[in-house]
Design a protein around this ligand. Structure first.
Ligand code: HAM
Length: 422
C-alpha cells in the first residue's frame, strides 16, 4: 500500500517552489526596508505557552493543537501561530534590554492546526508574520498594517480589503465583557456547550462561535465600539488618521473580534474580494497585544503584529492570474559525445558553476539530438558541444540559442567566455 501524505498537508514541488521562493524573498525585502529583523524560533514549544498566550478558551487551544508528551514527560505543542513564540523569545532572551527599541521582528515558518482541511485551510501552513514589541505609539500600528498592505500590493494582488476595529484597552474590554455577559446570560442554554463555558471565562469568544453564529442574540450583541473609553477612542483615531495619511483605505467592522485572546486596541484583517477564491477570503490577521509580554513573564510592554499564510497568498495570486517573474533558465548546457568528452564535461561543468554559470549536462547517455532537446527543455541560453574532434583540437563549439550563432572557443578560455556572457 502506498503511504499517503497526511491530511491537510501538501508537497511543494519544483515549479511551485520557485513561486514560494519569490514570495519569501519579497517578504525578506520588504522587512529589510521597514527595518524588521528575522527571528527563527522552534517549531515546538511548551504547551503552557499557548495556553497562556493564545488563550485556553480559544478554538485553537481547545480543538486545534498538535500536543504530545515527549520521552521526558513534558507536554509540547507544535506551534499553531508565531506571536506567542516571538514574545517568549523576547522575554527569554531579554530583548527588552536591547537599546534599539521597539524590537521589530519577522518570521516565515510552518504552523500547525488540527482543522478541517479545505481549500486554503491546512493542517500545516506557512505564516509570514511580523511583531513590533515595545512601543505604544499608534504610528507603529499603522506601520505594521502598511507593511502587510504594501506586501500584497508589491506582489500585484488586487481587490485587497483592509478591515479594522478596536478592541479597546483593559478598562474598555472589562466594560464590554460585563455587557456581553448580561446580554447572553438569560438565554445561554440555547447556545452550544462551548459557548456556555465561555460565558463567564471569556464571553467575547461567543461572538466567533461557528455553531451559534446564526442565533438572534449574535446580531444584537453589544458592540465593543460603544464601550471604548476616551483613551482607546483617541488611540484608534490616531491609527485611522495615519492610515488615511498613507492613503490606505479601510473598512470599519465593529464585529471584528479575532480568534486569539491576546488582542487589545487595534485589530485588523485583510481580505480579498472577488471570484475564484472559494469560501476563504481572509488573507491576513493581526492586532495589538498589550498584556501578552507580561502574561509570558516579561515587563509591561505593548506589541502589535500580523501573520498571513503563504498558501492563501499564492492561491489568491493564482485566482487573479497574477504571474510572478520566475527564471528557471540555464546559462549553458554542455552537450558531450563520446566517452572522453563526457569525462571532460564533468569537470567543465564544475568549473562553469564555480564561475557563477548556471550549467547542466546529460547523465542518461542520451544521443546528440536528445541532448539538444534537454537543453531546450531547460531553456539553456547557450549549448556547448564537445565531441571527440573538438576535444582533440582543445576546443568547444558554443552556440547561442537566441541568435543561433556558433563559435569555436578554446577550452582554455571557455569558462571565461561563458562567465562574460551571464
Ligand atoms: P490568525 O488569524 O490565527 O492570527 O492567522 C493569521 C493568518 O494565518 C490567517 O489570516 C491565514 O492567512 C493564516 N492561517 C491561519 N490558519 C490557517 C490554516 N489552517 N491554513 C492556512 N492558513 C491559515 C495569528 O496567527 C496571529 N498570530 C497573527 C498575529 C501576529 N497577531 C499579532 N501578531
Amino acid at each position: 500500500m502506498n503511504i499517503q501524505i497526511p491530511r491537510g498537508t501538501q508537497d511543494i514541488l519544483p515549479g511551485q517552489s520557485e513561486i514560494w521562493q519569490y514570495v519569501e524573498q519579497k517578504a525578506h525585502d520588504i522587512c529589510r526596508r521597514y527595518n524588521y529583523k528575522e527571528i527563527r524560533t522552534p517549531i515546538f514549544e511548551h504547551t503552557e505557552l499557548f495556553l497562556r498566550g493564545v488563550g485556553d478558551t480559544t478554538d485553537i487551544v481547545q480543538k486545534e493543537m498538535y500536543t504530545f508528551t515527549d520521552r521526558g514527560d513534558r507536554s509540547l505543542t507544535l506551534r499553531p501561530e508565531g506571536t506567542a513564540s516571538a514574545v517568549r523569545a523576547f522575554v527569554g532572551n531579554k530583548l527588552f534590554g536591547n537599546p534599539s527599541q521597539p524590537t521589530k521582528l519577522y518570521y516565515i515558518g510552518q504552523m500547525f492546526r488540527y482543522e478541517r482541511p479545505q481549500s486554503g485551510r491546512m493542517r500545516q501552513f506557512v505564516q509570514f508574520g511580523v511583531e513590533a514589541i515595545g512601543s505604544n505609539d499608534p504610528a507603529i500600528d499603522a506601520e505594521v498594517i502598511a507593511l502587510a498592505m504594501e506586501f500584497y500590493r508589491e506582489l500585484g494582488l488586487k481587490n485587497v480589503k483592509l478591515v479594522i476595529n478596536s478592541l479597546g484597552d483593559k478598562e474598555s474590554r472589562n466594560a464590554h465583557r460585563e455587557a456581553l455577559i448580561q446580554h447572553f446570560q438569560p438565554r445561554i442554554d440555547e447556545f452550544c456547550s462551548d459557548c456556555q463555558s465561555r460565558l463567564e471565562k471569556n464571553p467575547l469568544r461567543i461572538l466567533d462561535c461557528k455553531k451559534d453564529r446564526d442565533h438572534e442574540l449574535m446580531a444584537t450583541a453589544p458592540s465593543i465600539i460603544n464601550y471604548l473609553n476616551g483613551q482607546s477612542v483617541a488611540y484608534f483615531e490616531k491609527v485611522k488618521m495615519y492610515l488615511q495619511d498613507m492613503n490606505i483605505s479601510y473598512v470599519l467592522d465593529p464585529n471584528l473580534v479575532r480568534g486569539l485572546d491576546y488582542y487589545t486596541n487595534t485589530a485588523f484583517e485583510i481580505m480579498v474580494d472577488g471570484d475564484g477564491f472559494g469560501a476563504i477570503t481572509t488573507l491576513c490577521g493581526g492586532g495589538r497585544y498589550n498584556g501578552l509580554v507580561e502574561e509570558i513573564g516579561g515587563p509591561e510592554t505593548g506589541g502589535i503584529g500580523f501573520a498571513l499564510s503563504i498558501e492563501r497568498l499564492i492561491m489568491a495570486l493564482e485566482a487573479q492570474k497574477v504571474t510572478v517573474p520566475i527564471d528557471e533558465t540555464l546559462d549553458c548546457y554542455v552537450v558531450a559525445l563520446g566517452e572522453e568528452a563526457k569525462d571532460k564535461a564533468t569537470s567543465l561543468l564544475f568549473e562553469l558553476r564555480k564561475a557563477g554559470v548556471r550549467a547542466e549536462k546529460d547523465y542518461l547517455d542520451r544521443k546528440l539530438k536528445a541532448q539538444f532537446k534537454a537543453a531546450d527543455r531547460h531553456q539553456a541560453k547557450y549549448t556547448a558541444v564537445l565531441g571527440e574532434d573538438e576535444l582533440k583540437a582543445n576546443k568547444i563549439n558554443v552556440k547561442s540559442m537566441d541568435s543561433k550563432e556558433q563559435e569555436e572557443i578554446s577550452l582554455d578560455t571557455f569558462i571565461e567566455y561563458m562567465k562574460a556572457r551571464v
